[in-house]
Design a protein around this ligand. Structure first.
Ligand code: HEC
Length: 150
């Protein structure tokens, strides 16, 4: 059923999800402080990734310096294609160091490191906020990319 108010309904739904307590403690993004993550996202991430998580224009095309613009964190981007650990390392170490950890060197990344300004808990809260904005289908899809978490 598609109605004009659908996107508002979506925002409403996202807010409802934000306020509800997660039922299952399945992985690292469960049981986080989403409200704190939302505030920190606005302060630390929105300048590049967009206040609506929309990313920078033309984000798939490298700029003159060969560096990719910031991708969206909403469902149109590729954030949800990655497991929790990679998202965490990208944020903590920055794009270049995170890739080096995975054996890819010499990549020029515009993603700065936040390990010196944010605690690990704060990083998880931000990532949990980002995840909370995705439709359930996408959340489940991303969850399936994680190794079972005990
Ligand atoms: C100075 C601009 C800038 C800021 C501020 C910034 N990012 Fe990024 N971010 C980028 C760019 C550019 C990329 C693409 C990186 C690449 O190509 O290596 C990126 C990539 C990422 C990725 C990998 C995403 C993906 O979809 O594959 C994550 C996760 C991420 N950023 C999280 C964050 C979080 C969380 C914050 C706030 C704490 C943040 N970023 C703040 C520029 C920024």
């Amino acid at each position: 059923m598609i109605k004009p108010g659908r996107s508002q309904a979506k925002i409403f739904l996202a807010a409802a999800v934000l306020l509800s307590t997660p039922v299952e403690a399945a992985h690292e993004l469960e049981g986080r402080n989403i409200a704190n993550g939302m505030t920190l996202y606005a302060e630390q991430c929105a300048t590049c990734h967009g206040s609506e998580l929309e990313g920078q224009p033309d984000w798939q095309r490298p700029n003159a310096g060969g560096v990719l613009p910031a991708p969206p964190h909403d469902e149109t981007g590729h954030t949800w294609h990655h497991d929790n650990q990679l998202l965490f390392e990208d944020t903590k170490l920055g794009g270049e160091a995170a890739l080096e950890e995975r054996g890819i060197s010499g990549f020029k990344s515009g993603m700065p490191e936040f390990g010196s300004t944010l605690t690990e808990e704060e990083i998880w809260d931000i990532l949990a906020f980002i995840r909370s904005t995705w439709p359930e289908r996408i959340q489940n899809n991303q969850a399936a990319r994680n190794r079972p978490f005990h």
